[in-house]
Design a protein around this ligand. Structure first.
Ligand code: SF4
Ligand code: SF4
Length: 142
């Protein structure tokens, strides 16, 4: 197999291992720029914080944090402990009849929600529109 043939196959193998056997969709930078949220809700209901509920409550009160960060922290509802921290959901997420979700404070949502996914490739949730790998026109990661 040629080197150019091996590299994409290897990249795909790494993607499968890293992302729980669901290979990310390959998109060009132009396609990435056109991605839009599908409102699956995973980023609002599967929030990892490396701190338990008591600590999060303290963080939500800490005056050395911005009001915006404190507002986001105050919205977290504990779901369960997970490796290295806790899973939280957001008290402002609403489930719609069609299976999508909506943010009850969309116009006033915190910066961390407004900027997500911060031009990153998401690896946590295969459902996310940004669960992709950006490749060049030839299909190779830059
Ligand atoms: S404030 Fe809105 S966008 Fe942010 S996590 Fe909560 S439901 Fe999601
Ligand atoms: S996980 Fe991704 S696609 Fe789903 S609601 Fe969040 S940003 Fe949108």
């Amino acid at each position: 197999m040629s080197e150019t043939g091996t590299q994409p196959a290897f990249v795909e193998l790494v993607d499968r291992v890293v992302s729980g056997l669901v290979p990310p969709r390959r998109v060009t930078a132009t396609e990435y720029a056109a991605l839009t949220c599908n409102r699956c809700g995973r980023c609002c209901t599967d929030i990892f914080v490396p701190a338990g509920p008591e600590r999060v409550a303290e963080m939500a009160e800490a005056r050395d944090r911005s009001a915006d960060d404190r507002r986001w922290l105050a919205g977290l509802v504990p779901v369960q402990p997970v490796a290295g921290g806790w899973q939280y959901t957001c008290r402002h997420v609403a489930q719609l009849p069609d299976g999508r979700t909506a943010c009850a404070i969309h116009e006033q949502r915190p910066r961390v929600c407004r900027g997500f996914p911060f031009e990153r490739e998401i690896r946590d949730w295969p459902e996310c529109a940004w669960y992709v790998r950006v490749v060049d026109e030839g299909g190779t990661p830059p």
